[in-house]
Ligand binder design. Structure first.
Ligand SMILES: *[C@@H]1O[C@H](CO)[C@@H](O)[C@H](O)[C@H]1NC(C)=O
Ligand SMILES: *[C@@H]1O[C@H](CO)[C@@H](O)[C@H](O)[C@H]1NC(C)=O
Length: 267
């Protein structure tokens, strides 16, 4: 279970300037690197227990269960352009953060050298707020676990520094930084304003906050998925992903141009 937790690191999504994958739209292709938050079912063929290709996953998805950890589509499904296991326990949070940033930076540079020109770099979401953490850390009122969010913030600060640096150094590319942490935290804190009725219990799962046990075929999911921020102990619902993708595509992710994914792909 701990390994899943760290899968949340290093989400990124990018479009290559010239490419080959079919898809009539604003960009010729979109390559997505990430964890189970964005997995469309690549895991199905892998020897892993992290699978979601069974009901009730996909209960609100046209294709049914696909391997997406959600009742519907992931944020990538929504964005589709209109168009590691880690050894974290061997490191202090600070050292582990540095290691992640270093490796991630190297991989970004490799992609740049291969010709990638438009990057959307997504920071870590407020993982102290997911039902799994509420259960693990014994949150009594369902409030976010501050210490876990704090760790995410340390990483995010360094990530932002790296993105600024890369925008300076690698002039031919644009790195758009998406502060998912702040936006998602705001949605969770003000969930009622976004039409949710529940921001801390998973729609499908077991134990405290439905955060202890993964969503399994034996569980009945909540009746109305649109009222929940979290689908299972780790992943948000389709409704939440709709809000997030709109923000990415049309929102104000940063003060300078390009401000959002639409401007990034049209630039
Ligand atoms: C589900 O919840 C949403 C948000 O509260 C509401 O708009 C919708 O009508 C509900 N759907 C059903 C079938 O109750
Ligand atoms: C995709 O484009 C359409 C039309 O411009 C827009 O209504 C929609 O919100 C866009 N998708 C996202 C994820 O914002």
């Amino acid at each position: 279970m701990a390994s899943l937790f760290f899968f949340f690191f290093c989400q990124l999504l990018l479009g290559l300037g010239r490419s080959f994958v079919a898809g009539a739209g604003q960009v010729p292709a979109m390559f997505v690197f990430g964890d189970s938050l964005v997995d469309p079912g690549n895991n199905n063929q892998l020897l892993t227990m992290a699978k979601a290709n069974f009901r009730p996953h996909g209960i609100d998805f046209p294709e049914g269960p696909t391997g997406r950890f959600c009742n519907g589509g992931t944020v990538v499904t929504k964005l589709q352009c209109n168009n590691t296991r880690t050894k974290s326990f061997e490191y202090t949070p600070e050292a582990f953060t540095n290691l992640l940033i270093q490796q991630f930076g190297r991989q970004l540079k490799d992609l740049y050298d291969l010709g990638a020109r438009k990057f959307l770099i997504v920071n870590i979401s407020p993982i102290g707020c997911i039902p799994s953490q509420l259960a693990l850390q014994g949150s009594d009122k369902g409030a976010c676990v501050e210490s876990v969010n704090q760790m995410a913030s340390v990483y995010n600060r360094k990530l932002k520094e790296m993105v600024d640096q890369y925008n300076e150094l690698l002039k031919e590319s644009t790195f758009l930084y998406w502060d998912v942490f702040s936006f998602a935290f705001n949605v969770i804190e003000n969930y009622a304003n976004y039409g949710f009725k529940n921001q801390n219990t998973a729609c499908c799962g077991g134990g405290e906050w439905n955060g202890r046990v993964l969503c399994l075929p034996v569980f009945s999911p909540c009746q109305n998925r649109s009222e929940y921020v979290f689908w299972d102990p780790f992943h948000p619902t389709d409704a939440f992903n709709v809000i997030m993708s709109k923000e990415a595509y049309q929102g104000n992710l940063q003060a300078s141009f390009p401000r959002n994914v639409q401007q990034l792909v049209e630039s």
